[in-house]
Design a protein around this ligand. Structure first.
Ligand code: 6R9
Length: 566
């Protein structure tokens, strides 16, 4: 199925130069990543290939070739340059997943400005914090979202321009400009800013466990890692139809929703619509999606709606399916294998790493519940929790750590060098997650460094408890956190959302407890189950255990600006 060689041979013989050579990265002194995602594909003779097939929530569609992406991104670049945008200026993208979002991303980079993508669903506070921190100069947005910016504009003296990309004839406020990619004169040429490989490209805000969100700053040469991981870990070829379900407000939606795939020259499909299992299956069927990159929360929702629904659609185009963002429960891997005839492959990485770093490489044996092994070119380990030295004993839980130096690694946190430096210990970058490594070199995720439950001195990961809960027929979603206990310091408390057709009751609770008792060690057994309608999640679908935990401990909740339900 896979078109990639064996993991071992790739890992041993790897050099980032392999990626540079394939991309011809740096030819004629060109390091600007936008060039490699549009102009270069056209120069190679693939300008007529479809780059983007877009479907809106009403079912309307639009389609663009690589040549149109090149020309329209030039239109954006000219426009921004005419308005005085200079290399290094921060330009924010604040819109739904419309074609302009993907195309202007490249247009902004072509000018040498730094692109700052934000979720369009952010409220004013979330928006303000990030625009203020980045000292953003321009926001590109739409009629639907411009009001939120108007309300905070007074407090943002450096925000000099708001560009509304779908304003048409609509009347706008002062210092707002209507723009239309399709009606402005086509721009065959634009002199792309000759960025150096280390010049800033993308600024992605990520919420930590404490304090304000931090801007992870990436550079143009990140494409070296994004290209080769998209080729090898996502197994994308130019012949595929690729669907990444992530919003570019989240790093997955840029690294693997724009840069990686378009540098390969693949056709991408985008669905700008909320989640619905049926809609998703219909979308795959209609566009004959071959490679599908999504997240565990979505997979669990698909599982909830059952296998029959899958069988009612033609899924035969699918060739490879990958997951990211959260632990992929073994149950989901097994379900996908049974249902689609192939498992979801897990991939692990972070906003800070810019690209996949640990993954189930195609062709590699998948161990359900494991994240896989380090991507070629990545030196990974787990460090002892106290000494920060690599752990040599197989199966011992430690901190996931990476040897700095891979191309897509963030270069700093915007305006926060101190926080950046605090992420390094003994020459390792500390990811902030805990895992163990088995005898075959596979990584087994335990939890966020701060999510691990310490009960009576025993470390228990929420993942195994949640996986056990999910196997019960009534459980749709679950989260396990530590709650205070006078004897054991912490005991496990589980939050559970039930599937439709099940109501919370003492009987269900007993049935779940009895069910998981067989699967968990006594230490990991929840002392309590609380039934909830849904779990608090970030916009990228991660369960915010720290919120549930903070409530149990009566602590401050901290930043919740990426909460899905706020
Ligand atoms: C790409 C992305 C990073 C954090 C990371 C970890 C969790 C991501 C995971 C995973 C278990 C996986 N995470 N992938 N946990 N298995 N395959 O998600 O970036 O939003 O910065 O989150 O997400 O905790 O540290 P980001």
């Amino acid at each position: 199925m896979s078109n990639i060689g064996s993991y071992e041979s790739k890992y041993e013989n790897f050099d980032w130069d392999i990626s540079k050579k394939e991309l011809e990265y740096g030819k004629d002194g060109m390091y600007n990543l936008a060039y490699y995602c549009s102009d270069r594909i056209c120069e190679q003779g693939h300008g007529k290939q479809t780059a983007l097939i877009w479907e809106g929530f009403k079912g309307e569609t639009k389609q663009y070739t690589f040549d149109q992406v090149r020309v329209f991104s030039n239109v954006f670049a000219h426009f921004l340059k005419d308005k005085g945008i200079k290399p290094g200026d921060r330009v924010c993208l604040f819109m739904d997943r419309i074609p302009e979002l993907y195309i202007s991303f490249l247009g902004i980079l072509k000018t040498g400005a730094i692109v700052q993508p934000l979720f369009s669903a952010f409220g004013e506070d979330a928006l303000f914090t990030r625009l203020d921190d980045a000292r953003t100069k321009v926001v590109l947005t739409t009629v639907k979202h411009v009001r939120k910016i108007r309300r905070i504009r007074e407090k943002l003296p450096e925000l000099s321009l708001i560009i509304v990309v779908d304003a048409g004839e609509k009347k706008l406020s002062e210092n707002e400009i209507a723009f239309s990619m399709e009606t402005l004169p086509k721009q065959e040429n634009f002199e792309i800013h000759k960025a150096g490989p280390e010049e800033p490209s993308v600024l992605h805000y990520t919420s930590g466990t404490t304090g304000k969100p931090k801007g992870a700053q990436h550079v143009h040469s990140s494409i070296i890692a994004q290209y080769i991981t998209a080729r090898w870990a996502l197994d994308i070829t130019p012949e595929d139809i690729y669907w990444c379900t992530a919003d570019p407000g989240w790093v997955t939606g840029t690294s693997y929703g724009i840069i990686g795939p378009w540098s390969i020259g693949v056709t991408q499909v985008i669905l700008d619509s909320g989640f619905s299992s049926e809609k998703w299956y219909k979308f795959i069927q209609k566009h004959k999606v071959t490679v599908w990159y999504t997240a565990p929360t979505a997979i669990r929702l698909l599982m909830k709606d059952g296998t029959d629904l899958v069988k009612q659609h033609d899924m035969s185009s699918l060739r490879y399916m990958i997951s990211v963002g959260e632990p992929l429960n073994a149950e989901a891997v097994i379900w996908s294998k049974d249902t689609f005839g192939m498992p979801f492959y897990d991939s692990y990485w972070q906003t800070e790493t810019g690209a996949i770093v640990i993954t189930n490489f195609p062709g590699m044996e998948v161990k359900p519940g494991s994240m896989g092994r380090p991507f070629p070119g990545i030196t990974a380990t787990v460090l002892d929790l106290r000494t920060f030295q690599p752990i040599t004993k197989t199966g011992t839980v430690g901190l996931i750590a990476l040897k700095p130096g891979w191309p897509s690694m963030f270069r700093t946190y915007w305006n926060n060098k101190e926080m950046y430096e605090s992420k390094f210990k003994n020459g390792w970058y500390i990811c902030g997650d805990r895992a163990s490594i088995d005898a075959d070199g596979y990584y087994w995720f335990v939890g966020r460094d701060d999510d691990v439950i310490n009960t009576g001195g025993h470390l228990v990961g929420p993942f195994e408890i949640e996986s056990a809960l999910l196997e019960h027929e009534a459980v749709a979603e679950s989260a396990a956190v530590g709650k205070p206990d006078p004897v054991n310091m912490e005991v496990v408390k589980a939050f559970v959302a039930l599937k439709p057709g099940f109501e919370p009751s003492a009987d269900i609770e007993l049935s779940i407890m009895n069910f998981i008792r067989k699967r968990l060690s006594p230490l990991a057994m929840p002392q309590e189950i609380e039934f909830v309608d849904s779990l608090p999640k970030t916009r990228s679908g991660k369960i915010m255990r720290r919120l549930l935990r903070a409530k149990e401990w009566g602590e401050e909740i901290g930043d919740t600006s990426t909460l899905e339900n706020d």
